[in-house]
Design a protein around this ligand. Structure first.
Ligand SMILES: C[S@@+](CC[C@H](N)C(=O)[O-])C[C@H]1O[C@@H](n2cnc3c(N)ncnc32)[C@H](O)[C@@H]1O
Length: 292
């Protein structure tokens, strides 16, 4: 991984790992996620759990992130973002060419949800560092015959992101970029580089939007994670987000208006038995920025 913030389980699937749950019960899966899985796989609810665990275990071997280890991908966070209805409506329209990129898509659940909710397939794309996670997404949703060209492996931190446009066959770049739980894997300077790279793909669009979720900390900065402080995550608060997007603007010669909302509940539902170490007591932030 290119990040210098370490958020990886070095002993993948060890029972002592802070963010690995060995199983999940059917009634812990929220209705929208269950509906989505049943729609794509045509499996009965009783068969979903064992399918889910088999695929998740495989995915975790190549990408031992908390979002995989505690089944956070089942929360379908993009659809819980306040901008979701407006963006979905643009992506569902048969007029125009409004396009979205999901950056660091993990198993690609949010793109499947968009599609299920009516988005046009030729408007929604995703890039992910780990090819293994993209493949696990196809295993999970059993849809490799439908959307294979919508997902590519790529590094949001390095290289030239304009090549993604060529691969996807998109000339004008993206109107919306979704960044779900990605920025917090990086320190401030790498977050700036990622933001600069993403912005370069929006230059031809009017008032593009970057939106997503991010780990929130009352005191911003790197936070130790796990009982043995084996990992670190970058927590933002409203002040640090304001400062960050001001710096992004200076770096890229652009100006962004920011909207932020924090949930200080630790998003504890699926993480309730997890020992987060110093990171306990913090929360989740939904944010969006729009170029002005
Ligand atoms: C915490 S997970 C979140 C996944 C998904 N967005 C979600 O919310 O469920 C972060 C994802 O970002 C990916 N990632 C990490 N570094 C990346 C990079 N430099 N470029 C693209 N994706 C990256 C990881 O492989 C992982 O799938």
């Amino acid at each position: 991984m290119t990040s210098n913030v370490v958020l990886r389980d070095t002993e993948a699937m060890s029972s002592t790992t802070a963010w690995f749950r060995s199983t999940i019960s059917l009634d812990e899966i929220r209705k929208p996620a269950l509906e989505l899985l049943m729609h794509y796989t045509s499996l009965a609810p009783e068969a979903i759990v064992s399918h889910l665990i088999t695929v998740r275990n495989n995915a975790y071997k190549s990408a031992p992130y908390p979002c995989v280890g505690i089944f956070l991908f089942l929360e379908l966070q993009m659809s819980r973002h306040p901008l979701y209805p407006a963006i979905l409506s643009q992506l569902s329209s048969t007029n125009g060419d409004y396009c979205l990129l999901d950056v660091g898509c993990g198993l690609g659940q949010d793109l499947r949800k968009l599609r299920y909710d009516g988005a046009q397939l030729q408007r929604i794309y995703a890039v992910e560092l780990e090819q293994g996670l993209i493949d696990s997404g196809f295993d999970l949703f059993m849809d490799s015959n439908q959307s294979k060209h919508n997902f590519i492996a790529g590094d949001a931190l390095q290289g030239d992101p304009s090549q993604w446009l060529k691969i996807f066959g998109i000339e004008n770049g993206f109107n919306a970029m979704y960044v779900g739980n990605l920025f917090h894997l990086f320190d401030w300077s790498d977050q700036l580089l990622i933001a600069r790279n993403l912005i370069s793909l929006t230059q031809k669009r009017e008032k593009p939007v970057i939106f997503g979720w991010q780990y929130a900390a009352r005191k911003s900065g790197l936070v130790s994670l796990g009982p043995n402080k084996e990992a670190q995550i970058y927590g933002h608060n409203e002040e640090s987000m304001k400062k960050f997007w001001k710096e992004v603007g200076e770096l890229t010669g652009t100006k962004w208006s920011l909207q932020v909302g924090c949930e200080w509940s630790e998003d504890a539902r699926l993480a309730k038995d997890i020992n987060w170490g110093d990171a306990g007591g913090n929360g989740l932030m939904q944010f969006s920025v729009q170029r002005v």
